[in-house]
Design a protein around this ligand. Structure first.
Ligand SMILES: *Cc1c(COP(=O)(O)O)cnc(C)c1O
Length: 377
């Protein structure tokens, strides 16, 4: 028996339920009293497919989109001629030009960059929508000194080639409930935002990522920027259903072969696993080249026929092996689930993240481009 010729099985596929993305956005939007929902679809929608997820998010009630890089903004603009798109990251001059040509909103964090944006926007003949960034404690992009932030906002507002579209910040510890630094950042930003609103009453004030959105309504201001939660991933690394979120992505492969192992026989590079007794071992044609990280060797489980089976041996670029036990009814061609649900069992991205010592974000972003994304229905 072989699964290879069966059209129902695919080597590896990431199935993304766009209905789940839409419902997650609707659920998040229902928690906002008046604030806009901006769907963050950077890094190809956290590995889920940026354009498809953006469309689902807009259907679910998001009114804006955000990305990190200019090329991501450009790409999205092709699909969404009307949607406001914010490019959140630092930009080189060439990237800034491309972001402005794509009619994206941009981040401004220091006077020199404001001057550059004003010059380019002047050349292009339409004012750049600028979101002045306050570093209230994240220690990344943004100006720290509140006085300088307010001055920068004032000079942006006064510049014919710029429009003061936003004042914003980003939290360092929103995903650590009970952490007091979050509250300090929030209050520092609230004071700055209040002063900037006096300069430009229509300015969009925004701060919250997914964790802050779920944790603290006082952080919502005029808009929240939700990424991870729209994909049904839990920003607190727990069970997404606890926050009314549905995981959208499933990573599936299939059992390409089933073999009998004699005691002592090993699977994979370096012989890191050996059969203790007689075993059946299943081969999945998926590996770290697909984003199934090598760190999961002898550390993870895979669902087949609704049951959990341990990954045994070292995960290679294109293959991994699972221990099916001393007896098995698993046959070649059986579907295998690395992330997602099968029967009553589920493997969450959060589970893999925990096993790897990382976060769910990195698990889904890490699914490589070799894995096709399918958006059924
Ligand atoms: C990625 C990002 C977000 C979204 O964060 P989530 O935790 O995924 O909701 C929001 N704001 C900025 C500046 C970001 O870089």
């Amino acid at each position: 028996m072989s699964g290879a010729g069966d059209p129902a099985v695919e080597r590896a596929v990431a199935r993304v339920d766009l209905g789940a993305v839409e419902r997650n956005c609707a659920s998040l939007a229902s928690k906002l009293s008046g604030a806009e929902l901006c769907a963050v679809v950077k890094a190809d929608g956290y590995g889920h497919g940026a354009a498809s997820c953006a469309a689902a998010a807009l259907r679910g009630g998001a009114s804006r989109l955000a990305v990190a890089a200019a090329v991501e903004g450009e790409e999205l603009r092709l699909h969404f001629p009307e949607a406001p798109i914010l490019v959140m990251g630092a930009l080189t001059e060439a990237e800034l030009r491309r972001a402005l040509i794509a009619d994206c909103d941009i981040a401004i964090w220091r006077p020199g960059f404001a001057a550059l944006a004003a010059r380019l926007a002047g050349e292009l003949g339409s004012p750049a929508r600028a979101h002045v960034k306050h570093d209230s404690g994240m220690g990344r992009l943004g100006e720290r000194d509140p006085e300088v932030v307010v001055e920068l906002a004032r000079s942006v507002a006064a510049d014919q080639s710029l429009q003061l579209a936003g004042i914003w910040t980003h939290f360092a510890t929103a995903d650590e409930p009970g952490d007091e630094f979050f509250g300090r950042q929030l209050e520092a930003f609230r004071a700055v935002a209040g002063r900037v609103r006096e300069i430009e009453p229509s300015v969009l004030v925004h701060a919250a990522n997914s964790a802050a959105t779920l944790r603290e309504p006082g952080s919502h201001f005029d808009m929240v920027r939700c990424g991870v939660a729209i994909y049904g991933l839990d920003p607190f690394q727990g069970d997404p259903s606890g926050n009314g979120l549905e995981p959208a992505l499933e990573l599936r492969s299939y059992v390409a072969d089933v073999k009998r192992f004699e005691p002592g026989a090993s699977a994979g590079y370096g012989r890191s696993w050996r059969a203790e007794g007689e075993r059946w071992v299943g081969l999945l044609p998926v590996g770290y080249g697909d984003g199934v990280r090598r760190g999961l060797s002898n550390q993870a489980e895979v669902l087949v026929s609704g049951r959990r089976y341990p990954v045994v041996g070292t995960i290679s670029m294109d293959n991994l092996t699972i221990d099916l036990g001393p007896e098995t009814d698993v046959r070649p061609g059986a579907e295998a689930v690395l992330i997602g649900r099968q029967g009553s069992e589920v493997i969450l991205a959060e589970e893999l993240a925990r096993r790897l010592g990382t976060i769910n974000y990195e698990v889904t972003c890490g699914i490589s481009s070799r894995v096709p994304r399918s958006h059924p229905g």
